[in-house]
Write a protein that binds this ligand. Structure first.
Ligand code: PEP
Ligand code: MG
Length: 746
């Protein structure tokens, strides 16, 4: 940048700083800012538009346009050149504004006199807060240096807006982070909780965006980047010694940390008058803005790296966010997304979790479910809005989070929590009683697990055993393949904790959404129907064999139940069972003890297996219906896709007829059958499954109480009659009939 402009830009920032530091009102400050910019840019007009709501921009201050139009002139996002700048998040710079496509002239502003237009988004960390506009009478395109100066100023305005420097009257100038906001996301784990926001990545507040000491700021920036580079080098050293593949990922990260163009851009910004922190944040903002527009997964990954590095650098520069000892007593974790490993580090002390992203089937979700922590996902914008310590109410039943709720909402919520607590007490009181229906049928209620940490829930919930132990969680939370010895010790601990109760270990179910961080992902068009679960186990049997050995050793002579996931035909079951037989023979040859009893079962997760030859039902020691997968294939509705996931009811008569077919086939061969998908834990579904003849249901520990409470109230023959009547009537689903009937049961 030419030296003259550089010092001009510094001078402008210096004057801005004085204006911002004055103790005048927000509106007066904003007026002063537009005056300064207009005179410094030798432009007749300078205006600032800010959002008054997510869709509407409002003229908040102007030098040059009619003053009466301030707070009166509004435009929708995308409307006119101002709206276009805000919507696209990019600069609109034209000598002849009226000739531009989409130009819309606001008569009350008197802007018809002006020809050129330069709109720069006021954005912070990728979020557009408003638009800074400069207009002139002469037809003039702003030079790149002038645009750059405007960008720097817009960056400072964004920071000051965030800090509340322009708070004044009206919606567009209302204080940020103070109003109640409701986030409507997706429910991922039921339950309600109230607490205080605890940000996974606390936002760094930059209180000093402008500096008049470029040399000093450059030195601070250089020092911080040095610290950053050293820490990345250390991370890399550590990772390489453990795992080459992870090392490669970090190598790319290191390249960024050493990027000279990144460094140069930040130094230029500092030279122009920004503080080191503001320069880093400006780069981060650009990366985020590009991230939101880039469909290319590789580029997105790299931009994520840049975002992450900027965060680290900001923490080094400000010292903020390093101390994690400030967790409140009732923490509700708020994050963009979180991996299962990080979630495990927080442990069960979290009262609730709200994520901007996430998916129902992700492993972080499974961990939160196992712990019964209310979880809302897809809460768009919450990390931008929430501040550490804000009051927040999580309604996992509805998928809603209330941030900074008002008194009425808090009271209603308190009532809801109290009601749920009373229900919990009711469930606790029947914990040691059997799940016996009024007609005398005993239903075995078991729990799903995947972590050692889940096992204490066997006692707490009163479950009879573990109907599904998802072994892949242990693989997913590590950053390298676990060793056989490690796994057998783990399985031993699981059986110890189960204390004689049966545990059905499911062998590794990877592929689909469960991608191991240390295995090359397969780029499959349709991963849920791709190379996953037993298909991987049989094609590349090394890991399956190792796991079977670990299970046999972990059992240390105790009874062992193992089931294979995603079996679709008898030949797969036979091949998997043959692996088990081989593993047993090997243990015998080595002189190791073998389990007192071995049960080898299959998960029925695809419709085809229900029509397998009789021999399959005879050869399987037990079968467990994996309803989550089965339902998605039965209805051709992706379990991860919110649009279609709930479209088809589990109690649809066609699905029930299918389950009846499976139940009948198992009855004919005396093959024990259970249901371990999520639906088993929903009281009305559980009731209908039991009425069809299922006698074992496996569910999240938190569901055992409500399901038992429901089962103990009813007579299954009556339920079956209600279902049959609905079917005879031609209902699509029996849900309505059964729910209506339930209202009258005591
Ligand atoms: C299922 O598919 O129902 C099941 C229990 O397995 P997962 O949810 O782990 O795929
Ligand atoms: Mg499954």
């Amino acid at each position: 940048m030419p030296e003259r402009l550089e010092s001009e830009s510094r001078k402008l920032l210096g004057r801005l700083r004085e204006a911002l530091a004055s103790d005048s009102e927000g509106q007066a400050r904003l007026n002063r800012v537009v005056d300064l910019i207009a005179s410094s840019m030798q432009a007749e007009v300078c205006s600032i538009y800010l959002f008054r709501d997510a869709e509407t921009l409002e003229l908040c201050a102007t030098q040059g346009l009619e003053q009466d139009s301030v707070h009166q002139t509004r435009m929708r996002l995308g409307e006119g050149l101002v709206g276009r700048t805000a919507k696209s998040g990019s600069i609109v710079n034209t000598a002849n504004a009226p000739a531009e496509k989409g130009f819309r002239y606001m008569p009350e502003t008197g802007e018809e006199r002006y020809s050129s237009f330069c709109g720069v988004p006021i954005q912070r960390l990728g979020d557009v807060l408003g638009v800074l506009v400069v207009q002139t009478k002469t037809e003039r395109v702003m030079t790149p240096d002038e645009v750059y100066a405007l960008e720097i100023v817009a960056m400072v305005i964004a920071e000051m807006t965030e800090l509340g420097a322009f708070v004044g009257e009206g919606a567009a100038l209302s204080a940020l982070h103070q109003k109640p906001v409701v986030f409507r996301g997706t429910m991922a784990q039921e339950g309600t909780s109230a607490g205080k926001v605890y940000l996974h990545e606390p936002r760094v507040v930059v209180t000093n965006p402008i500096s008049d000491d470029p040399e000093g700021e450059k030195a601070r920036l250089n020092e911080a980047v040095e610290v950053l580079r050293k820490s990345v080098d250390n991370m890399l050293l550590g990772a390489r010694s453990v795992d080459a593949e992870q090392g490669q990922v970090l190598e790319a990260y290191r390249m960024f940390a050493n990027s000279s163009s990144w460094m140069r851009r930040m130094q230029d910004d500092v030279q122009s008058g920004l503080s080191a922190e503001a320069a880093v944040e400006k780069e981060q903002s650009l990366a985020r803005a590009r991230l939101s527009k880039s469909p290319d997964p590789y580029l997105r990954e790299r931009l994520h790296d840049l975002d992450d590095l900027s965060n680290r650098l900001l923490r080094i520069l400000t010292g903020q966010g390093e101390d994690r000892s400030d967790m409140p007593d009732d923490p509700i974790l708020v994050a963009r997304n979180i991996g299962p490993g990080e979630l495990l580090e927080y442990g069960k002390k979290l009262r609730g979790i709200v994520l901007e992203e996430g998916s129902v089937g992700s492993h972080a979700t499974i961990v939160a479910r196992a712990w019964a922590i209310p979880l809302v996902i897809n809460a768009k914008g919450i990390t931008r809005e929430a501040l550490n310590g804000d009051t927040i109410l999580v309604d996992g039943d509805q998928g809603i989070a209330h941030l900074r709720p008002d008194e009425t909402v808090q009271n209603a919520f308190r009532d809801k929590i109290a009601m749920q607590a009373r229900a919990q007490e009711r469930y606790a009181s029947i914990r040691d009683l059997p799940a016996e229906t009024r007609c005398g049928n005993l239903i075995s209620l078991q729990m799903n697990a995947g972590l050692i940490a889940d096992l204490p829930s066997l006692e707490g919930s009163g479950a009879d055993g573990v109907g599904l132990f998802r072994t892949e969680l242990q693989f997913l939370i590590r950053n390298q393949m676990p060793q056989r010895g490690e796994l057998s010790a783990l399985y031993d601990r699981v059986l110890n904790a189960a204390d004689g109760r049966r545990v059905a270990f499911r062998t590794l179910d990877i592929g689909s959404d469960k991608v191991l961080p240390y295995m090359k992902p397969n780029d499959e068009p349709n991963p849920a129907m791709g190379w996953r679960a037993i298909r991987v186990g049989l094609d590349k049997p090394g890991v399956l064999r190792m796991q079977l050995q670990a299970l046999l050793r972990g059992s240390a002579g105790r009874p062992l139940a193992v089931m294979f996931p995603f079996i679709t035909q008898i030949s797969e079951f036979r091949a998997a069972k043959a692996e088990m037989d081989k593993a047993v023979d090997r243990e015998i040859r080595l002189g190791h003890p073998i389990p007192a009893k071995i049960e080898v079962g299959a998960m029925l997760e695809t419709p085809s297996l229900a029509f397998a030859p009789d021999a399959f039902f005879e050869e399987a020691d037990f079968i467990s219906i994996g309803g989550n997968d089965l339902k998605q294939f039965f209805f051709a509705a992706d379990r991860e896709n919110e649009r279609v996931r709930r479209r088809y009811d589990t109690l649809d008569v066609s699905f029930l007829a299918f389950l009846q077919h499976v139940i009948d086939r198992c009855a004919a061969t005396n093959t024990p059958l259970s249901f371990c998908g999520e639906d088993a834990g929903r009281p009305v579904e559980a009731l209908c499954f039991a009425a069809l003849g299922l006698r074992t249901l496996s569910m999240r520990p938190a569901s055992v109480g409500p399901v038992k409470h429901m089962l103990r109230r009813v007579d299954l023959t009556e339920v079956k009659d209600v279902m049959d009547a609905a079917i005879a009537k031609g209902d699509q689903s029996v849900r309505r009939a059964v729910s209506d009937w339930l209202v009258y049961q005591v």
